[in-house]
Design a protein around this ligand. Structure first.
Ligand SMILES: Nc1ncnc2c1ncn2[C@@H]1O[C@H](COP(=O)(O)OP(=O)(O)OP(=O)(O)O)[C@@H](O)[C@H]1O
Ligand SMILES: [Mg+2]
Length: 174
């Protein structure tokens, strides 16, 4: 759970502290990890009080596209001896900050995502990031720093959350 502090500009005193819900799931990079990632997203958001079916649908779809991409680039394939290596994992993090949901997927591959601009009508691939861009108010990627330099990247998408989630106020400690 992240902490956001509001600080008085003049006195420097802390006016209020808010806790934002945040959860991370580590997944072994196997092709069938998409379904649990989607289920985790839906369960987590419902647990935070978000019941709007359209919002849950969109969030699950974005999770599905970002996790699928990460799984494809990590590409564990059928090499089970690498299952326990950190590089064979991806991480899905969900965070609600104010009225925004951050969906972040980390993988160890330094190559950046490359959204396709002109996807032919009959193409079967190349639409995932366009779907993400359509649903998100912002998306992008950033590199993560390890002890010896960049050790991976996080592709993220930001979705506006629907007004008045049923229980989200229980996470606010004002
Ligand atoms: N996490 C990532 N790391 C590195 N490259 C990525 C990542 N995600 C996407 N890409 C690159 O961006 C390209 C476009 O991704 P996008 O999801 O739009 O299409 P796709 O995965 O090729 O097809 P589709 O999602 O429609 O099945 C991918 O082909 C891949 O080369
Ligand atoms: Mg894709």
């Amino acid at each position: 759970m992240g902490r956001i502090m509001t600080v008085d500009r003049i006195s420097g005193s802390i006016l209020q502290t808010q806790y934002s819900p945040a959860e991370t799931l580590k997944l072994v990079a196997l092709p069938d990890a998409v379904a649990p990632a989607r289920a985790y997203c839906a369960a987590t958001l419902r647990g935070w009080g978000f019941m709007d079916p359209d919002f849950l649908f969109d969030a699950e779809l974005v999770v599905s596209e970002l996790v699928t991409n990460a799984l494809e680039v990590v590409s564990l394939g059928d090499r089970p001896r690498r299952l326990l290596e950190e590089g064979a994992l991806i991480r899905l993090t969900l965070t609600v900050l104010a009225d925004l949901l951050f969906i972040e997927v980390w993988d160890r591959v330094l190559r950046p995502p490359r959204p396709q601009c002109d996807v032919p009508a009959d193409a079967t691939r190349g639409r995932g990031l366009r779907i993400v861009a359509d649903l998100a108010c912002q998306w992008g990627y950033r590199y993560s720093e390890g002890p010896c330099g960049p050790d991976g990247k996080t592709v993220y998408a930001v979705l506006p959350v629907p007004a008045h989630p049923i229980q989200a106020s229980k996470y606010l400690d004002v």
